[in-house]
Design a protein around this ligand. Structure first.
Ligand SMILES: *[C@@H]1O[C@H](CO)[C@@H](O)[C@H](O)[C@H]1NC(C)=O
Ligand SMILES: *[C@@H]1O[C@H](CO)[C@@H](O)[C@H](O)[C@H]1NC(C)=O
Ligand SMILES: *[C@@H]1O[C@H](CO)[C@@H](O)[C@H](O)[C@H]1NC(C)=O
Ligand SMILES: *[C@@H]1O[C@H](CO)[C@@H](O)[C@H](O)[C@H]1NC(C)=O
Ligand SMILES: *[C@@H]1O[C@H](CO)[C@@H](O)[C@H](O)[C@H]1NC(C)=O
Ligand SMILES: *[C@@H]1O[C@H](CO)[C@@H](O)[C@H](O)[C@H]1NC(C)=O
Length: 706
């Protein structure tokens, strides 16, 4: 194993000017360098000094700019630097492999992987960590390396033999998002151009192919968990699930991930893509780390220009160029062959007359018309879709764009208004989106229909138009006959958000290899950035604790620890039969369990379901463990967004004298009653001046179907 150290991240934390330094404004930058090498000869402070010496400009002394060397719990330093020096320091990432990160093994349960992708090259990697007990059984033509260290197959046949080779692209995309190596100049036909990189490029990947082209079998998923846990993975990434909530004892992801958490392996799981409707979140178990999908500030937008000069800018991913030349527009209903108008307007397969559509832009009354639009040989297409939010991120196989019904009507009336309607569709461009991050409309929402007091999703992470590696055997535009093959593609979904959190959890673990899974989950939740509710109507039910912030999560201050038996107590508390609990664990219910709610689980967020129009008094008992400064004092701040609740915390000051010391407190919530569907929200923040440990609070009245 190599023991070289590289810079992992450079982040601007404050705008403090530099005392005696004059030549240019200096700001304090923090450089995180991972775990402290166990290597006896390593001297952190002198290493930090020499790194700063190398980049320092002018006559400044290292001692004057180096603010702090971190060398007790993790490796890193802070320094007052000019922008140019900071950039130089950032550039010192020499591509060497950070030891701590390369010790982390991510297990991916998905559709397999394309092992030859540049994302998975093992250049510079040493052999797998010693704890690794897995195998490479990816089928006849599948080779592992020191990056992809294991592969197993439970589903999907290629050339009549079981193979871990990804023929869909999904598994390659998610694995490279979590842990892919850096690819410069990445794009999909020049769209979203830039550097593509996984969250932890030096971590190892173990592949568990549990999905075939049609679905992911429950028995295969369970086999994947069973093997991954025994193989020695550290974190599991599961971008699959049922479309709707299922009782945990019937859900292979919930069962498998419970066995994982018993071995202290965290499972990151996608929330689901059934957005819009309440209670659509299908990842409901408190031991799962449930991820909703948010937008990034790189928004892909497409321009449609009609012959009458009207111009519409819409969210659509179109990689093809019409060179701004206007072409004739044809409404599907007028381009039919042997079909009814009512079918042709929706561009039903086989309904469009190939001669008529040739050289034209076809207008279809549904996004599903894409197959016929493409197969009929149309030059371009405009899809009109009432539920356009569901398709806003589709990647098209031809020059195409997507409109909601209102704009769609305007295009149709323009077609009616003239003898020779024309239009052009421009190639999609990236624009900077100042509104981001916003939870995508497709991301599934709470409340949690299985355990109503447990807020789901847990966190939001990027999941909209994500560029990552893809399988050249997959169909980037969703059409099998199309024949284009790409090495990277753009995909959207909570499937894409999940591996961002997997990677972030691996990132935190690389700083704290000894931390239990619940510390990592707590750190990521309590450090997440609060999201703006006027842009996120489903509030905490869409983003949970907020937008992921991995850098802050490395140093959370306090954590909420949960032991596997606590989950069992919670299941007993909410009245689940002992027999059902036996399906996931041989533990039995404690004597005193019958509280009827899940509020005493030591969860890093505070949720409660109450009956409508009834006064309530709720208590949440919580225990926090100090992982910040040994001697520290935290003060509680309560924020309530609703006049319908009064919230207090006792005690509201917690003093710690040592690391790993635990302190308990009780949150009281009193309300005079909430109307049906009404939600009262707020938050509890513990702060010692350096760390801010935030838990969202949500009390709601909502009738559940039995
Ligand atoms: C393995 O690769 C060889 C050579 O490319 C090919 O002929 C064979 O069909 C492949 N086998 C499978 C099972 O894909
Ligand atoms: C899931 O939703 C589908 C369609 O809405 C419904 O038919 C099915 O019964 C639901 N399954 C469960 C387990 O609730
Ligand atoms: C276009 O004209 C057709 C036939 O006259 C008519 O049925 C349709 O409602 C018109 N559409 C619009 C949007 O004006
Ligand atoms: C939240 O979003 C609204 C609407 O975009 C904006 O007016 C408001 O300033 C935002 N609030 C914060 C705190 O950013
Ligand atoms: C329950 O599981 C534990 C850990 O695997 C084991 O040691 C114990 O014997 C089991 N108890 C029963 C009753 O099966
Ligand atoms: C909150 O406390 C204030 C002051 O004691 C009281 O006037 C108010 O009615 C309380 N609100 C609720 C919802 O209990």
């Amino acid at each position: 194993m190599q023991s070289c150290i590289t810079l992992l991240f450079l982040v601007l934390v404050s705008l403090v000017g530099g005392g005696s330094l004059h030549e240019e404004d200096r700001k304090i930058y923090i450089v995180y360098m991972g775990k402290i090498p166990s290597d006896a000869v390593y001297a952190p402070t002198s290493h930090h000094q020499s790194l700063v010496q190398d980049i320092l400009q002018g006559n400044n002394l290292v001692e004057d700019v180096l603010v702090h060397s971190y060398k007790r719990s993790f490796n890193g330093f802070s320094a007052k630097l000019t922008t140019a020096e900071a950039e130089k320091l950032a550039g010192k990432d020499s591509g060497e492999i950070p030891t701590a990160e390369s010790d982390v093994i991510i297990g991916v349960l998905d559709s397999g992987i394309w092992p030859e992708s540049e994302s998975f090259s093992d250049e510079g990697f040493g052999p797998p960590p010693e704890k690794w007990k897995g195998v490479c059984e990816g089928g006849p033509n599948f080779t592992c390396n020191n990056k992809i260290i294991g592969a197993r197959v439970y589903a999907a046949r290629v050339a009549s033999s079981l193979s871990a080779i990804d023929i869909q692209g999904h598994g390659t995309h998610t694995a490279s998002t979590a842990a892919g190596k850096k690819i410069e100049d990445a794009s999909l036909y020049d769209l979203a151009k830039g550097t593509a990189r996984g969250a932890v490029p030096s971590a190892r990947i173990a592949v568990y192919k549990v999905c075939s082209l049609s679905d992911c079998d429950g028995h295969a998923i369970l086999a994947g968990f069973d093997d991954a846990i025994a193989d020695g993975v550290d974190i599991l990434s599961v971008s699959l699930g049922y479309p709707n909530a299922t009782m945990f004892y019937k859900d292979p992801v919930a069962i498998g991930s419970f066995h994982a958490i018993e071995k202290d392996i965290l499972t990151s799981h996608s929330a689901g893509n059934d957005g819009q409707s309440q209670q659509s979140v299908s990842s409901t178990s408190p031991w799962l780390f449930t991820v909703g999908a948010s937008s990034t500030d790189r928004r892909l937008m497409d321009l449609l220009v009609l012959g009458n000069g009207e111009t519409y800018m819409v969210d659509a991913v179109n990689a093809f160029n019409m060179n701004e030349i206007k072409f004739p527009l044809l409404y599907g209903a007028n381009g039919l062959t042997g079909c009814y108008k009512e079918q042709a307007q929706f561009c039903v397969r086989g309904c469009l007359d190939r001669e008529l559509v040739k050289g034209k832009i076809i207008v279809c009354d549904t996004a599903a018309g894409v197959v016929e639009a493409f197969e009929s040989g149309a030059l371009g297409a405009i899809f009109i879709e009432e539920e356009f939010y569901k398709y806003a991120t589709t990647v098209y196989p031809l020059s195409a764009t997507l409109l909601g019904s209102e704009l769609g009507e305007r295009v149709k009336s323009y077609i009616n208004s003239t003898k020779d309607p024309v239009a052009t569709i421009l190639k999609t461009e990236s624009i900077l989106d100042y509104q981001a991050p916003v939870v995508s409309s497709f991301s599934s929402r709470g409340p949690n229909s299985i355990v109503p007091d447990i807020i789901k999703a847990n966190i939001a992470a990027p999941g909209v138009t994500i560029l990552a590696s893809f399988s050249p055997l997959g169909h980037p535009f969703g059409i099998a006959e199309e024949g284009r093959s790409v090495k990277l593609s753009i995909m959207s979904g909570t499937s894409m958000a999940c591996p961002h959190v997997t990677g972030a959890a691996a990132y935190v673990k690389s700083f704290h290899p000894e931390w239990p899974a619940s510390f990592i989950k707590s750190a990521l939740m309590t450090s997440a950035s609060d999201m703006n509710n006027s842009k996120n109507p489903a509030c905490e039910f869409s983003y949970g604790s907020g937008q992921i912030n991995p850098i802050k999560a490395v140093d959370p201050g306090l954590v909420y620890q949960v032991f596997p038996e606590d989950y069992i107590s919670m299941l007993c508390d909410v009245g689940i039969d002992a027999e059902k609990i036996q399906i996931i664990s041989n533990r039995s219910c404690p004597e005193d369990s019958a509280s009827g709610n899940a509020r005493d689980l030591n969860y890093p967020s505070l949720g409660a379901h109450v009956a409508d129009n009834d006064p309530f008094t709720l208590t949440f008992t919580r225990t926090v463990t100090n992982v910040g400064n040994p001697s520290s004092t935290y003060y509680a701040t309560i924020r309530t967004d609703s006049v319908n609740i009064n919230v207090t915390v006792m005690p509201d000051i917690l003093s710690f004298e040592s690391l790993m010391e635990s302190k308990s407190f009780v949150v009281n919530v009193v309300g005079s009653g909430l109307a049906y569907y009404e939600t009262a929200t707020g938050s509890l923040v513990w702060s010692d001046g350096m760390h801010s440990v935030r838990s969202p609070l949500v009390v709601y009245a909502f009738n559940f179907e039995p």
